[in-house]
Write a protein of this length. Sequence first.
Length: 482
Amino acid sequence: MRLKTNNPMYNRLRNPSTSFINDGFLLQNDFARTLYHNFAKPISIIDYHNHLSPIEICENHRYANCTELWLKGDHYKWRAMRTLGIDEHFITGSATDREKFTKWGQTVPYTVRNPLYHWTHLELQRYFDISQLLDTNNAEHIYNVTQEQLQQPSFYTQGLLKTMNVKVIATTDDPADDLKYHIRFQKENDTLRLLPSFRPDKAYAVENPKEYRHYLTVLADSAKQEIHTYDDLILVLRQRIAFFNEVGCKSADHGLARLHHFKLGDYDAKTLFKNVLNGKLLTPEETAYFKFETLIHLCKCYHELGWVQQFHLGALRNTNKRMLSKLGADTGFDSIGDFQQAMPLANFLNLLDSTDQLTKTVIYNLNPSDNEVFASMIGNFNDGNIKGKMQFGSAWWFLDQKDGMEKQLNSLSNLGLLSCFIGMLTDSRSFLSFPRHEYFRRILCNLLGKDVETGQLPADEEWLGKIVTDICYNNVKDYFGF
């Protein structure tokens, strides 16, 4: 059955000049709107975990067009385009940037109820002042308009960050990185803080001996020290941690399916390391142990320096082997994993806590069925020495959307203290991703506003406004020591 064209709702939805993103977006009552506009909206952004390029920040990169800025590397968008049946030629292939953007414009109207629909139009409006709903009819026009805007200095990387009122950027950096762009930027800029984060995943990625041996040469070169033994590896990693600390690093991050737990000495890490250097493929159990012991060494180093350690847990990566061989990793073929988390996580944290070497810790969950596991786990290792020492991290990756954020906030509220939460981060490679902080802040204010409306919280604007301000800014500033 065809909808009648005189249906006002149909005409409104089809009107490309109508923006549903207004002052009341996601805010369902007056108290929620007050909390957002008076407390959350004016606050600066501290983005304590992302995958932005320090080179592009330091050199104030100018993007040629919106495809380069917006679509390149964004596997969220790629997955949607593939689902719609768009050929890979227009996604990661050799099509022109204009053609790729046009195909994205064709896709957007079909992303309704997917977070991409909200994010796309938030980003168009906040950065480019475009309130049209992107579709196949106006995609080329919007491509031209944004291309013209991107040639202005206010749309270079530093200008984009300034537009979003970003004060701190903590990038994700390999131990072998020389951090020269962080160092240079810190000398040249005193309004935005660009800090590294230590991401040592490759230092214990022994699944592929050939790739691992190559990485060791890169790591050894960065430290100007040879790595022949496991003790050498740990020494070099400690040296790199010290170097990162000198450049202002406040945290380490790890991407793992799950944390493993053994008794120290269940295997001989020195022998396992030697076997990998000799080209031997370790068993899954040996690989898990090597990661476990290496992480224990690293976590103790973080504790010495007072760093925050972050664990992103639960991703099932590179599931499509055909596309992995064709396009490589991080191209949109990962998924939520259903790994056992509770017992190994508890035992890993307990091993560090037993010697009082458990530093401030953020655990991120990718499987919503484990929300209560993670939210309750942090309470086991808070010891009263640091406010919110253990954090259930913000909704991540596949959960980084309205429903996922609400579930994470509700689980944390039910089993912990929402008031101690360190709030949102982008975890993104895109300089257009910062409206996600606004998205989170609106969702947070709406949850509190609904509780006030239903009589579950007092209508105390000053106190609840303070809670919102703390979650959006103060807590994370104090927690990391920015």
